[in-house]
Design a protein around this ligand. Structure first.
Ligand SMILES: [Zn+2]
Length: 382
């Protein structure tokens, strides 16, 4: 999973992506899969160096401050599925190895400004985003006269001094794409199952990752399934620092609980774009309130032996479980899985009425099922 560049506080766009993948991993584990979930942290990047210079700090010191803030925000959102966070700065030897390997294979070249990957040596470039070679060249017109072709991307940037490391190509810093393949291939080998990230990372970042990895290993595919989350917008515009409409996770958590935010994001399919609005968040809050109220009413009703009612309830639970799994199996369709859950809560509230009480075993079974499924989305009321 492509994690954040740690040079500022994370915002709701990050929350949208990391909550979506937290739900996906929770569901895979719910199904019995063993998931080894690694998220990388980009702590080596020009943006970090620039920000650190403004604030007169060391780049890695600034990165570690925002990394700490990021962990706090992830915890506050109940995002607890990640097994390991890996920093780019801890993988410099592996990055240098990968660049050397690409040069040895004849797909990367050194110039007076750095080392570049020669995109035309990898004919499948563009397969993920579906862009043509021409479009790729136009989009990737980096202002650098020393490159052979406009679409070639940077593996190593030479710097005279400042923040960086020594390498066979002189002092400098790695490019972003090779930081991530060094981390993922060191952890998972040449091929692995899932790679996630926001949809704007598909090009050029993920295209570049695939090209590097497959040229290095000689094996394909590098990743079996790519999962991309839809963009987050606010007032019809993308949430971004340059537009000045960024809402930080820690600020939104002053108004909405983690459960409310997870319910809100869960009501969108992960690939769908999300429009943030007060009305939408209020709607999620109300829906979660009635969900919790229904469950509470059911749980507070004492059990009573009644075979017919208990059987009825067990049937409802079974149907809900089937429906929940059916929707989640359909490319993690959380909006419909949530509907199955809220439908169950409405039914449960009916069993809170004195005439419809159920026996202890059925009550426990209902509570366990509800607990397990709600926990996949992470909306379990306290
Ligand atoms: Zn990445």
């Amino acid at each position: 999973m492509c994690g954040p560049t740690v040079y500022d506080y994370v915002h709701l766009g990050h929350a949208r992506t990391y909550i979506a993948f937290d739900i996906i991993v929770r569901y895979l584990r719910f199904c019995g899969y063993t998931v080894n979930y690694v998220m990388n942290l980009t702590d080596v990047a020009d943006r970090i160096v620039e920000r650190a210079e403004e604030l007169r700090k060391a780049p890695l010191e600034l990165a570690s401050e925002y990394e700490k803030a990021f962990f706090e925000d992830m915890q506050a959102l109940d995002i607890d599925c990640v097994d390991r966070y890996e920093r780019a700065s801890d993988y410099i030897p592996q990055i240098v190895d990968q660049i050397s390997g690409l040069i040895a294979k004849g797909v990367a070249y050194e110039t007076n400004t750095g080392v570049y990957f020669e995109v035309k040596k990898y004919p499948k470039f563009g397969q993920l985003s579906g862009l043509s070679r021409e479009e790729l060249g136009l989009r990737r017109l980096e202002l650098c006269s020393s490159k052979k072709n406009p679409e070639d991307f940077s593996l190593w940037r030479k710097h005279e001094k400042g923040f960086g490391w020594d390498s066979p190509w002189g002092f400098g810093r790695p490019g972003w794409h090779v930081e991530d393949t060094a981390i993922s291939m060191s952890n998972f080998g040449d091929t692995y199952d899932l790679h996630g990230g926001a949809s704007e990372l598909m090009f050029p970042h993920h295209e570049a990752e695939i090209a590097q990895a497959e040229m290095l290993s000689g094996k394909a595919p590098f990743v079996r399934f790519w999962l991309h989350t839809g963009l987050l917008s606010i007032g019809g515009r993308k949430m971004s620092k340059s537009l000045g409409n960024v809402i930080r996770i820690r600020d939104s958590l002053k108004e909405y609980s983690a459960h409310e935010l997870r319910y809100f994001f869960g009501s969108f399919h992960y690939r769908e774009p999300v429009r943030i609005s007060d009305a939408g968040l209020e709607h999620a809050r109300k829906a979660l309130e009635s969900f919790s109220k229904n469950i509470k009413a059911f749980m507070e009703t004492p059990p009573k032996a009644n075979g017919r009612n208990s059987e009825k309830l067990e049937n409802i639970i079974r149907r809900t479980e089937i429906s929940f799994r059916h929707h989640m199996d359909n490319d993690f369709d959380t909006p419909n899985a949530l509907k199955a859950l809220t439908g169950l809560s409405t039914q449960l509230q009916r069993f809170a009425k004195s005439a419809f009480r159920v026996d202890e075993k059925s009550k426990e079974r209902a509570e366990t099922a509800l607990h397990t499924m709600s926990n996949v989305i992470g909306i379990l009321p306290d």
